[in-house]
Design a protein around this ligand. Structure first.
Ligand code: NAP
Ligand code: GCO
Length: 266
C-alpha cells in the first residue's frame, strides 16, 4: 500500500472558512503541504490582506475571499468564485467561529443567536453550498470544527456549547444523509488551543503570574500544556485524505487528553 498516496491531497481543492489566522491558518498550511490547493475566507479585508502575506511567507499559494459564512448569497458566490479560480471544492473545513463569554442570565437572545448563527448555521450554509458539487464529482470531505464544549459545559459559554453540541449532531446527520454519495463528514474537537480566541484566558496578571484559567487548563490537561494550532495539522490531513474514506460521522478530539481525565485530586 502506498502511504504517501493515501494521505496525499494532490489535485484537491480545499476551502477553510475563517482561515485568516489561528486554527484555520494552521490547518490550511497543513493541507497545502499535503498537496491541496487552498482557498480561505474571512470577513475583514485587513485580516485577508495580512493572511495573504502570512501564507506567502510560509510558501503557501492561498486564495483569499471576503465572505460571511452566515450569509447564503455570499457563500454561494464564494463557492462559485473558488470553482472559477481553482476548481470545485473537494474538501470543506467549517472552521470560522466566535465565542461570547457571558453568564447566561445576562446574555441577550440576540447575542445567543449571533453565536449560534456563526458557529452552527454557518457550517450548515457552507456544507449545503458544496454538497451538490461533491455529489456530482463523486466524492467529498466535510470537516467541522467542534470543541470541548461539544461534550462539556462551563460557566459563561451557553451559546457556544449549544452551537458546538449542535455541530456534532450536524456532523452525524450529514454523514447519515450523504454517506451513500461518498461524502465523509467528520469533525475535529480541539482542546484548549493558543489562538486569538483564547488570548483573554491566557493574559498575564498584573503581578506577572499566569491567569487562573490558564493554570486551570494546564492542570486539567494530561499533556500539561495548551495546544498549538499546529497540533491539528495531522488530524486535518487525515480527515481530508483518502486515508479516512471509511471514517464517517466521527468527532476526533485533539485535546491533550482533557476528555479522558477526571482532574487531579485536591
Ligand atoms: P480565531 O483565532 O478567533 O479565528 C477565527 C477565524 O474565523 C478568523 O479568521 C475570523 O476572521 C473568522 N470568522 C469569524 N466569524 C466569521 C464569519 N461570520 N464568517 C467568516 N469568517 C469568520 O479562532 P480560533 O481559535 O482559530 O478558532 C477557530 C475555530 O476553532 C472556531 O470555530 C472555534 O470555535 C474552534 N475552536 C477553537 C478552540 C481554541 O481553543 N482556540 C478550541 C476548540 C474549537 P474575521 O474576523 O476576519 O471574519
Ligand atoms: C472557553 C474557550 C473554549 C475553547 C474551545 C475548547 O471559553 O471555554 O474559549 O470553549 O475555545 O472551544 O475546546
Amino acid at each position: 500500500m502506498d502511504m504517501q498516496k493515501l494521505f496525499s491531497l494532490e489535485g484537491r481543492v480545499a476551502l477553510v472558512t475563517g482561515g485568516a489566522y489561528g486554527i484555520g491558518f494552521a490547518m490550511a498550511e497543513a493541507l497545502a503541504s499535503a498537496g491541496a490547493k487552498i482557498a480561505f475566507n474571512c470577513r475583514s479585508q485587513e485580516h485577508l490582506d495580512k493572511a495573504l502575506v502570512d501564507y506567502a511567507a510560509r510558501g503557501v499559494d492561498a486564495r483569499g475571499y471576503i465572505a460571511d459564512v452566515t450569509d447564503e448569497n455570499q457563500v454561494k458566490d464564494l463557492i462559485a468564485k473558488i470553482e472559477r479560480d481553482l476548481g470545485g471544492v473537494d474538501i470543506l473545513f467549517n472552521n470560522a467561529g466566535i465565542i461570547r463569554r457571558i453568564p447566561m442570565t445576562e446574555m441577550s437572545a440576540e447575542e445567543f443567536r449571533q453565536v449560534v448563527d456563526i458557529d452552527l448555521v454557518g457550517p450548515f450554509i457552507c456544507a449545503k453550498a458544496v454538497i451538490p458539487g461533491m455529489i456530482a464529482r463523486g466524492h467529498g470531505k466535510i470537516i467541522n470544527i467542534c470543541s470541548m464544549m461539544s461534550e462539556l459545559g462551563r460557566e459563561t459559554v451557553s451559546a457556544y456549547a449549544a452551537a458546538k453540541g449542535g455541530l456534532k449532531m450536524l456532523t452525524r446527520n450529514i454523514c447519515s444523509e450523504y454517506g451513500a454519495a461518498n461524502i465523509q463528514c467528520n469533525a475535529i474537537g480541539p482542546g484548549y488551543i493558543a489562538t486569538p480566541q483564547t488570548a483573554p484566558l491566557r493574559e498575564r496578571q498584573a503581578d506577572g503570574s499566569r491567569h487562573p484559567f490558564d493554570q486551570f487548563i494546564i492542570a486539567k490537561t494530561p499533556a500539561g500544556r495548551w495546544g498549538d494550532p499546529e497540533d491539528l495539522a495531522g488530524p486535518a490531513v487525515f480527515l481530508a485524505s483518502d486515508a479516512s474514506n471509511f471514517v464517517n460521522g466521527h468527532v476526533l478530539y485533539v485535546d491533550g487528553g482533557i476528555l479522558a481525565y477526571i482532574g487531579k485530586q485536591p
